[in-house]
Design a protein around this ligand. Sequence first.
Ligand code: ANZ
Ligand code: ZN
Length: 870
Amino acid sequence: MSDKAASQPIQTQFDFQERELYWQKRWEEKSVFEVPDVPPKGRPKYYVLEMFPYPSGQLHVGHVRNYALGDVVARYKRAQGFSVLHPMGWDAFGLPAENAARERGVHPGEWTMQNIAAMRKTLQRLGFSLDWSREIATCQPQYYGKQQKLFLDMLKAGLVERRDASVNWDPVDETVLANEQVVDGRGWRSGALIEKKTLSQWFLKISDYAEPLLEGLQKLDRWPDRVKIMQERWIGRSEGAKIRFALHNPPKGFDADQDSLEVFTTRPDTLFGMSFIGIAADHPLAAKLAHENPKLAEFIEECRRLGTSEEALNKAEKRGFDTGLTVANPFRPEQIVPVWIANFVLTEYGTGAIFGCPCGDQRDLDFARKYGLETPSILLPAGEDASFQLGNKAVTGEATLYNSGFLSGKNTQDAKKAAIERLEALGIGQKVTNWRLRDWGVSRQRYWGCPIPIIYCDDCGAVGVPEDQLPVTLPTDVTFDRPGNPLDHHPSWKHVSCPHCGKAARRETDTFDTFVDSSWYFARFTSPHSSAPTELDAANGWLAVDQYIGGIEHAILHLLYARFFTRAMHKTGHLNVDEPFNGLFTQGMVTHESYRDGQQWLYPEEVERRGEQIVRKDTGQAVTVGRSEKMSKSKRNTVSPVDIIEQYGADTARWFVLSDSPPERDMEWTAAGVTAAGRFMQRLYRLIASVAAQDKPDATHGKAGEDLRRATHRTIAAVTEALDGFSPNVAVARIHELTSALAEAEKTQADGLAAARREAALALAMLISPMMPHLAEELMNLLEPDGAMVAERPWPKAEKEWLAVNEVTLAVQVLGKLRGTITCPPDAPKEAVLAQAKAEPNVAKALEGKKIVKEIHVPNRIVNFVVAPK
Ligand code: ANZ
Ligand code: ZN
């Protein structure tokens, strides 16, 4: 082993600012991350996609984590020989751009494109292996024009409907709000009291696909269970019955049959326990009664103001209003029960009416107790006898029917069947399957969205825009100086002639819900420049996405809409698959502690640690430190990726977000963590630089060399396994270990180590590459200045012979008590092991003066000596 190396100057600092840009340029020059529209033959394809960002202006660290994770997958799969599609784009339509326009007078398009430019720059600075030739922004006519074509095809295929729908109308913003945007009856932005308004809206018939969307979940074995469960609940299949109740002694103006009401129930077995009927505030019967009854009308108004979302209703206090109407129990006609308006009954579920059975349903019980309605007991919980008393808890577990006529003595399952048979025989009910999933209303009264390609003609009705007139582009000369939709105010845009008859007609001025834009972008990425929405050979070649990565907040709507769109695109000939995403990974959030000085929140860069305290940099005052939680602007507990990259470089930021915790969990962003990652980067650089500066080695010999080789190959195997299992944090930990082993070997300078060191160094350069791709190139360049780039090299293979376990550690006990450990080759012969065990000094001491009565040997694990006094 030559010592020349020691005297050679070695560079000790990785100049990341300069070198990261250098390697990015090299990748770009060679277009290493670009792939053709049709996946090349002879290599397996792999499509990795992260949820594309909304261009809000700045990338946040949550994005960095998301895209760093995706990049690990993309780079790793490329090295493994896959042809990898890894594109990026922008979910560029949406309300914030319009708000910016109203508040700052900047055009939404300009605002959006500026934000995109800034965020693209940050993404590029992070060195992600993206195919930028495929970049799309949903606000560009090249994209949304194709979406209009998809919509028209869906219209022809019967997947679209125009319907009146009751909406939450914000009279100040002059717009429709989603249920979630109505808070305590007021608009979330304007604070205005929300009105119910009936508007004609476009709906996509996702409910036609309720069953396939539910069934399809079963095949998604690389999706998190909790996401599948959430989707299952959202689709909400319920088996039950519809039962019609005729009005008993209908009051004047009402007809027993015409004004009959229908309920949906999953528990027809509990009819004997019914004590009231509950109808929604928006039920037609309620509306009819309201004409005559101002008090009731007022109650209905109040209910509406409370918000109509399911969540709001579940939380709200139970409220009711006795309508004075009554019905008879079909199984016991002498029992007459009142009809109440109840605020917990949803208009849009089932039939908007229920029969209330207090003993079997908690909401019904709470309601009955509050209004003094009867609470007949008909369900005997398992293990109870007839002395059972119904308390404040409804019986929802296993039970036997009693006080229930022909159903008494039956369990729930059998009673349901018998009840449905009876209802069907009576001709007043039938078995039904009910779905929670509603059709998807896609009309929005907004400017910054994809125009819905429809023209209204007084004679011809709603007519699709002819294909040769697509795209219907947004006019740019709009103003935001008054509320409402600028498309509606525009002097000329909406005035067109009817494509059928040529008469003066009007354009639809609503635009699509932006969830439509993100429902098919993954397909567009496969042929982003095509004049059609997709090219079949490209789309079918690349889809489904093999690995999709994003936040759990999209577990329901986005993923469900994308699954629906894929099916709809299949039906209309734009795709050949039904499921868009074979694998789904939902990463955790990035959290940070918060700092507060009195009422004032402080940004992390405004404070510093002094001894045990966190103080304001400007005043030196100690601040209150809050727990680490989701970063938010309001608490100023955010860090800017741009600043981080400036200070530490891209690789450090990437390494840190990947190293700290399992990616599905939340991770805490700390200054100390980033610094440690930066230090590791420099340490590794110095170490490899030192190895590279040494003479070309001869063959490895001796134990130290063999140990290092073993460590290298085990690390290759472990990192490979970790990355296959989506655990970059485990990969990082293993890389740390090998780095330490190499540093040790570098220090000892023992004979026969040089080749093993070089091998370890080369392996490290490859193994870090999915996480720290720039440093990887730099290290490889030190080791093999004339060799290929890491980005073009195959993933290292662990050699079997170095993976074998060469020693095992056994515990040695005397009378079951641990006395020492011994190390020997695996599966060593029993005699040898026992001899070695007895020779272990501590064990030998424990055996002194004793007689061994039994020797127990569990191979490779334990030796136990049972002894007795001599
Ligand atoms: C009588 C009954 C007795 C019920 C009993 C439950 C327990 P899922 O499983 O979600 O489908 N329901 C029906 N329509 C409703 C609406 N529009 N708003 C609020 N609640 C409604 O739930 C079905 C059950 O929820 C139905 O079965 C009905 O109450 C109630 F011991 O009918 B049940
Ligand atoms: Zn016409």
